[in-house]
Design a protein around this ligand. Structure first.
Ligand code: SF4
Ligand code: SF4
Length: 359
């Protein structure tokens, strides 16, 4: 049964433009031991924090210690592997102390001291800044792991494999092997919620792509319309043809610029006519490239075929739900089959059948 919950109303739009938070709110004096695990859990729950890397799973549930299934390793996901997106990169450089304060609170909530921060090696300044801050700050001890820059390094499974050399079982989740993965922006929000008693009302959004006149990062109210953010970034170029909520690989196109951003919207990407590749689907030649490209080791062509033929039970048997919608299979397909599109459609049809989505 659904219950009632406290809510805040966020006024977004031109009358409530992106704000500039106080960068000095977190410093050497921060002490996570001021808060009990229960207080951290409650503050995060009340603040309405969800995984801001895209998953949107309630963070309070993830950081509630479970003695039957303890977390032994915490990985902070600082990999932004999609082109154009830099919101977490800016957080690491500009709000380093706040991000690390949030990491220390997760560590305290779960009583877990093994902390790894995975950053791609094309961001040497972020690696150096975070390492230096960890050396200086008394409240955090963590290992910064420089990871190969490749797509999709920021996927939970890929990150866990790269950092710990552990595999999450297909269809499983990281806590099953004692691992918690949290995104950089989520850590910053946790610090604000616990130390400043502040709900999650704003987030950093990258507005970028070749179709944007002045690309940039904006600390914007959740719910701000995509069009208002695009205006703040100087508007669109004359050859802009496609607006995507998210990055070019995993985001989704929007036709209405009044579409609001959400807590998980890290980017708005605008593409130009030069970025668009016309695709004409041809029959599958059974080359297997999509299978080889899939980072979660499922069979995209079998799933797409099942969805196309309305055999959703078969698609589920091939672990359709494990797909992270990275787009690697479609990208590698010489027959130009939009495998990811079929899989996304299949997931929507399954959700509708379960009445989780409107028909
Ligand atoms: S989009 Fe394709 S390659 Fe990526 S996880 Fe899903 S099936 Fe695998
Ligand atoms: S990559 Fe394309 S052509 Fe090759 S097996 Fe997969 S779906 Fe078929």
């Amino acid at each position: 049964m659904l219950g009632r919950a406290e809510a805040v109303i966020i006024e977004s739009g031109p009358d409530n433009p992106p704000k500039h938070p106080n960068p000095n709110a977190f410093d050497f004096d921060f002490d996570p031991s001021h808060y009990s695990p229960e207080q951290i859990f409650e503050a995060v729950r009340k603040a309405g924090i969800v995984g801001m890397g895209g998953a949107g799973f309630p963070t309070s549930v993830k950081i509630k210690a479970n003695p039957q299934s303890p977390i032994t390793d915490i990985i902070i996901n600082a990999c932004e592997c999609e082109p154009f997106i830099t919101c977490d990169y800016r957080l690491m450089l500009d709000w380093t102390c706040q991000v690390l304060a949030g990491v220390s609170l997760i560590s305290r909530a779960l009583n877990c001291k093994n902390i790894y921060i995975g950053i791609e090696d094309n961001k040497p300044d972020a690696i150096a800044t975070v390492k230096k801050s960890i050396d200086m700050l008394p409240f955090i001890d963590a290992e910064v792991v420089a990871l190969k820059t490749r797509y999709p390094q920021g996927g939970e499974r890929q990150l866990i494999k790269a950092v710990l050399d552990k595999e999450v079982p297909t269809g499983g989740i990281p806590p099953m092997i004692g691992v918690l993965v949290s995104n950089v922006a989520t850590c910053a929000a946790i610090a604000e919620a616990v130390e400043l008693n502040s709900p999650l009302t704003h987030r950093v959004v990258t507005v970028s792509g070749r179709g944007i006149k002045k690309p940039g990062n904006f600390y914007a109210p959740v719910g701000m319309a995509a069009g208002d953010l695009i205006e703040l970034a100087g508007g669109m170029t004359d050859d802009a043809v496609k607006v995507i909520l998210g990055g070019p690989m995993m985001g989704f196109s929007i036709a209405d610029l009044s579409t609001p951003t959400t807590k998980t919207s890290g980017a708005i990407t605008v593409l130009t006519s030069k970025d668009m590749v016309k695709r004409k689907e041809t029959p599958c030649i059974r080359c297997g490239r999509c299978v080889a490209a899939c980072p979660v080791n499922i069979n995209p062509t079998k799933i797409a075929h099942a969805v196309k033929n309305n055999m959703l039970d078969v698609a589920k048997q091939y672990y359709m739900s494990a797909c992270i919608e990275c787009g690697c299979c479609s990208y590698s397909c010489p027959a130009d089959i939009d495998l990811t599109g079929y899989i996304k459609t299949g997931k929507i049809l399954v959700a509708r059948a379960k009445k989780l989505l409107p028909a």
